[in-house]
Design a binder for this molecule. Sequence first.
Ligand SMILES: NC(=O)C1=CN([C@@H]2O[C@H](COP(=O)(O)OP(=O)(O)OC[C@H]3O[C@@H](n4cnc5c(N)ncnc54)[C@H](O)[C@@H]3O)[C@@H](O)[C@H]2O)C=CC1
Ligand SMILES: O=C(CO)COP(=O)(O)O
Length: 333
Amino acid sequence: MTKVAVFSAGSWGTAFSLVLADAGNDVVLWARREELADAINSTHQNPDYQPGIQLPPSVSATHDVEKALAGAEVVVLATPSQTLRGNLTEWAPHIEPDSVLLSLMKGVELGSLKRMSEVIAEVTGAGPERIAVLSGPNLSPEIARREPAASVVACEDEDVARRLQDLCHSPAFRPYTSVDVLGCELGGAYKNVVGLAVGMAVGLGFGDNTTASVITRGLAETARLAMALGANPLTLMGLAGLGDLVATCSSPLSRNRSFGEKLGKGMTTDEIYASTRQVAEGAKSCSSLLALARRTGVDAPIAEHVDAVVAGRLTAEDMMEAFIARDTKAETD
Ligand SMILES: NC(=O)C1=CN([C@@H]2O[C@H](COP(=O)(O)OP(=O)(O)OC[C@H]3O[C@@H](n4cnc5c(N)ncnc54)[C@H](O)[C@@H]3O)[C@@H](O)[C@H]2O)C=CC1
Ligand SMILES: O=C(CO)COP(=O)(O)O
């Protein structure tokens, strides 16, 4: 049995622990709060992030970093993107030297504009053959209920991607391999920003023509930036691109879409933050993705307008009007 350490016990870390356990691994889930680790061990449920879901016996929880990491061949990272650098700096000295680091996160760091795999490389010094990402249409409540879903596990070293694919292939979860780490990460981070825009349209009371238009132009914007940075265009048409975009933008379970819906209904960003404990990565990554697009010389109207609404410089209504009023152009430009 492979020992896998999962950091941390939020919605996705908990649901993915169940996938890993179903796939035959010994899973240790690290929780930031000791009382949550105790609750998971005594009830086999995570009442804060996946209430009502029974975790398999091969999932145990701990608040002790060293204990979680000792002997772990794979370390899964599922914290909010903006805290990863700080968290990993504390954890890195205890990570086994040959272990593989698998990121489940979908964001881009503010300030540095680094993707999560880049932050992991910088903080741990691990080479590309030890760093992988998993991304796809994987809304955690559905994964936790074992509803069938697919995903992509990407690593520059294809053998490592295959090893991780075997590691998380369960009766309900089907991972595909890829070597396009950058494309998977940008697809995952960008779909959250598009999800915010779609949520705003929903909050304003608009229907399927509007949301389909934003989704499609969102995919074009994602592909434009990702390809300029070297991604394989086919990645954006796959599970980590179109697949995740469709899941996020269509589902009321998406925190990013819900966040956008609240903005569309007139709530402020601060009011929304105060109303939930869960992360909506797009509310921060709209700014870092916009900066990345500007640095790359790529037009990013959705990131630009979403960033302005999140920052309170524009209303959601004005954003939708601005989308329609922009200079007209060819679809493929
Ligand atoms: N929930 C989902 O359906 C999916 C989430 N993801 C991605 O996974 C990542 C984690 O998301 P979720 O688990 O959904 O978030 P969450 O909000 O449900 O949980 C976040 C976890 O991080 C911990 N945390 C919060 N602030 C922290 C800090 N300052 N230091 C250390 N830990 C901290 C929390 O205690 C919690 O365990 C995000 O990048 C998200 O985009 C990816 C696919 C699916
Ligand atoms: O990444 C996700 C689904 O694939 C989860 O989306 P939200 O973070 O918007 O809930």
